[in-house]
Write a protein that binds this ligand. Structure first.
Ligand code: S3P
Length: 433
């Protein structure tokens, strides 16, 4: 967890208006940063994520022997190691980033060195057995400390496996595909819910053949990767905070250009539509397998209705659930979330923190092991919010604060910079007061 270093005061807004182009998607940026280290040639990335998490991935790639430069125009160039990842001679620091730690475990599993992966206090509490188990089955020697980081990876000769993920996780799937790329034979990952597919698409972008059926993905080992040139689409999970904010204000109008609209990530647009918001999608294009487009949102005249999010939907919306829950009191019929137990092992226990922060703002809320019931028709008041050092909690409650009475103080507000350092500035830009 972060020390509570900064506080932000969020005042209520009258409306949300504007047009934004957001920094690049965090999930895609991680994958490009890590794969470019394994590839041959120089990868050139425009609109790379500005979040601290992706900086951790880039720093790890550099420690593994890739040459990373940030050009004056913001472009990032990464010259890869052509499959010869180096021994950094020191622990690889994954910071707050679960994606970096889990995906690196797969990326390093075939390299004949011993690597130690460390993270901050929050990351050191998160479950790593989910990557240790299948990657050990492939032949690498991986040890954890009581199920957590530090993770020690002693790479070795890998054999492909056929593995069904017990909990849907794109990080685990991607880690297995990264290891499978370097294994003998074919690796197949099966999942009950199709999680975000950026790993598959990125591998294809870098030149690997990846086969897919509805809920399985396979990769043949021994393929080599080649550098790409790419523009990273705007991060839809960052846009989520502003999309939800705009959905709360009658007369709002917010437009996002060049937003990532990969169907495995865009479920929030369906949820907002089902709540009554007007969502328009224009100018759809595909780049490196990723969909990009313009999105416009307007609030419904009668306010947002209500809904239940459970089953596969909960897994697909996992990063958006905190902000959906934070705006739920302002809906007419409330929001019920189930099958989202994974929220308890994210950067914080997001179920507990959403519940306690909603209560601090005066809301009635019921907490379940795997979700929350937030009744609608509630007016919130400004309060002291504890982000718990979690970026998505800090941003979700900044959005809830826009419709509250009085001012809200977000403690640990700096956590937003893990995924979205520009968040507060852009919020001030689009919030009419
Ligand atoms: C991510 C997958 C999700 C998500 C995280 C990013 C990814 O985690 O919550 O923010 O980039 O693959 P899990 O794979 O643990 O569900």
């Amino acid at each position: 967890m972060f020390a509570t270093k900064t506080e932000r005061i969020i005042r209520p807004a009258r409306n949300i208006l504007g047009s934004l182009r957001l920094p690049g998607d965090k999930s895609i940026s991680h994958r490009y940063a890590l794969l470019s280290a394994l590839a041959s040639g120089t990868t050139k990335l425009t609109n790379f994520s500005t979040g601290a998490d992706c900086t951790s991935s880039l720093a790890c790639s550099a420690a593994l022997g890739a040459k990373v430069s940030r050009l004056d125009n913001g472009m990032i160039e990464i010259t890869g190691t052509s499959g010869n990842l180096q021994d950094p001679g020191a622990p690889l620091d994954c910071g707050n980033s679960g994606s970096t730690m889990r995906m690196l475990t797969g990326l390093l599993a075939a390299t004949p060195h011993t690597y130690t992966l460390v993270g901050d206090e929050s990351l050191s509490r998160r479950p790593m057995e989910r990557v240790r188990k299948p990657i050990s089955q492939m032949g690498a020697d991986i040890t954890l400390t009581d199920g957590h980081a530090p993770v020690t990876v002693r790479g070795g000769k890998l054999k492909g496996i056929d593995y069904t993920t017990p909990v849907p996780s794109a990080q685990v799937k991607t880690a297995l595909l990264f290891a499978g790329l370097q294994a003998e034979g074919t690796t197949t990952v099966r999942e009950s819910v199709r999680t975000r597919d950026h790993g598959e698409l990125a591998l294809r972008g870098f030149g690997a053949e990846v086969e897919r059926t509805t809920n399985a993905v396979s990769i043949r080992g021994g393929q080599t990767l080649h550098a790409i040139e790419a523009t990273v689409p705007g991060d839809i999970s960052s846009a989520a905070f502003f999309l939800c904010a705009a959905a709360l204000f009658l007369g709002s109008n917010l437009v996002f250009d060049a937003l990532g609209l990969n169907p495995t990530r865009a479920t929030l647009l369906d949820v907002l539509t089902s709540l009554g918001a007007h969502i328009g999608v224009l100018n759809l294009e595909e780049k490196n397998g990723e969909l990009i487009g313009t999105v416009q949102v307007n609030a419904p005249a009668r306010g947002l209705s209500g809904t239940t999010i459970s089953g596969g939907l909960a897994a697909q919306l996992i990063d958006e659930l905190p902000v959906i829950a934070a705006i739920a009191p302002y809906t007419q019929n409330g929001i019920r979330i189930r099958d989202a137990k994974e929220l308890r092992v994210k950067e914080s226990d997001r179920i507990a923190l959403v519940a306690s922060n909603l209560r601090a703002m005066g809301a009635e809320v019921e907490e379940f092991e795997d979700g929350l019931d937030v009744p609608g028709g509630q007016q919130l008041h400004g309060a002291e919010i504890n982000s718990g050092g979690d970026h998505r909690i800090a941003m979700a409650f900044s959005v809830a604060a826009l419709r509250a009475t009085g001012e809200t103080v977000i403690h640990g507000a700096e956590a937003a910079s893990i995924s979205f350092p520009e968040f507060y500035d852009l919020l001030d830009q689009i919030a009419e007061r």
